[in-house]
Structure formats: C-alpha cells, structure tokens
Design a protein. Structure first.
Length: 232
C-alpha cells in the first residue's frame, strides 16, 4: 500500500506519551498524518463522539480512510492502541524506514518488542492520567506512585537493553524501542527519576532526543502545546 490510497488522521494530545510514539514513528517513516486534537486535561476523551470512536476513551486513535472518498472497507477503519498503530505502519508501508529488525533477526525483533512492552504494558498503563487521579482520590500520593513505577520500569528497561544496546536501544539502528523510550523518559524526568542511575537509558535518550524526527514529535512542538508550558 502507499500513502496515495489512504488518508491517515491521528487523534492526538501534546502531552500524551502514547501518542508521541506514533508521531515519532510517522516522522521517521515519512508517513503523512493530519491531526485532531483531543484535550485530555479537559476530558475530551470522555465526550460522546470520541467515546464512539474509541470505547477505551484514550489517545492515540488512528483513522484510516480511502483517499478521494472511495468506499473500500479494508481501507476504512480505526486503530485504538498505539502499539498496533506502530505495527500497522510497519506492515502497511514496508517501503518506509523499518523500525523493527529484519525477519532474519528474529531474536532482535523479539528483544525490541520486549523493550517496547516494558514501556507500553508495564510503565505507561499504571501511570496513565486516569489511574494517577484514582490513586489521588483513594488518598495516595500521585507523584510518589508515578516516580516508583516509572523508576522501576526504566530500571528494567536499562538492564534488558544494556547487553545489546549500541548507539540506540538495540544496536545502531533506530527501532520501536527508541520510539517508545523517548516520551517515557521525558515523563519520568518530570516525576524526578534520576537518569544518572540509568546510564544506557540516559545515553540513548540524549542521542535520540536531538534527532529532528524525535524533536518534531515531542510534546514541545505540537500545535496544541500551550506556549506557557514550553519552558517548564
Ligand atoms: N494502551 C494505550 C494507552 C493509551 C493511553 O493511556 N493514553 C492516555 C494518554 S498517554 C490517555 O488517553 N489518557 C486519558 C485518560 O487517562 O483518561 C495505548 O498504548 O494506546
């Protein structure tokens, strides 16, 4: 498939780490997206229309539709989870920069997926906004909870990545592991996680955060980023 056949629309929020993964992969692969802003802080995700699109009421959502108003059903659907969106990009646009190691390196593919899932399954879900607010409602300390889960999760990433890391999380090629890592580190630093204790994560993060594609996709550079927050 090529981009000539489909329109891709991403429901996004500037501060969403899950959405930043998709924005970054799209930049690295040269996949054109248009954006629909869902203001998670204003609870737009719980609105009727968005809840119909994604019953899970989270961003990102990617809608795929045929260009020029065609009606092919296989080109008319939505994906409601960030990792399936990343995998869709790999499968639908095989001629773009790959973000998984090649089929000849099954060990590497499994390893990258392990790293992706440390972030996507073990760090992000228990620190999602609605969970943090529930922790607070139950009398817990939101900041301490986020600090603990992000710190422990990134320590696991560190230990797993270290033996096979190169310039990036896996060797010297950018992969989905880097794509999910960058926004997770940005967030962890906000909650006080000390990168000095995570030397591989720190080194890789300091390299990838300077790449144009990562910068363009980060929370500072989105159309819905409030100007007053950028210096924070
Ligand atoms: N597993 C989902 C997680 C999505 C998710 O939790 N998104 C957050 C923003 S990063 C969200 O929309 N939160 C809204 C809320 O907590 O109500 C994915 O990877 O897409």
């Amino acid at each position: 498939m090529s981009f000539d056949n489909v329109e891709l629309q991403l429901y996004t929020f500037f501060r969403s780490t899950s959405t930043a993964r998709v924005r970054t992969a799209a930049r690295l692969k040269g996949i054109p997206l248009s954006f629909v802003i869902v203001n998670v802080r204003k609870n737009d995700q719980f609105g009727e229309e968005f809840s119909r699109l994604n019953p899970n009421r989270t961003v990102p959502v990617l809608t795929v539709s045929p260009k020029n108003g065609g009606s092919r059903e296989d080109l008319n659907f939505s994906i409601k989870q960030s990792v399936p969106i990343l995998e869709y990009f790999e499968e639908a646009f095989p001629n773009t920069t790959p973000l998984l190691p090649p089929q000849t390196d099954l060990r590497g593919r499994a390893h990258v997926r392990d790293l992706v899932n440390v972030v996507a399954c073990d760090i992000q879900p228990p620190t999602n906004r609605r969970i943090l607010l529930s922790v607070q409602d139950l009398g817990g300390n939101l900041e301490a909870w986020a600090f603990k889960i992000m710190g422990e999760g990134l320590l696991a990433f560190e230990k797993m990545a270290k033996p096979l890391a190169g310039k990036y999380s896996y060797g010297d090629h950018l992969t989905l592991a880097d794509v999910v890592l960058a926004p997770a580190v940005e967030n962890a630093v906000r909650y006080g996680v000390d990168l000095e204790k995570l030397p591989t994560v720190k080194r890789v993060f300091e390299t990838i955060r300077e790449l144009d594609e990562f910068k363009a996709a980060d929370w500072r550079h989105q159309e819905d980023t409030p100007a007053e927050e950028v210096h924070l």
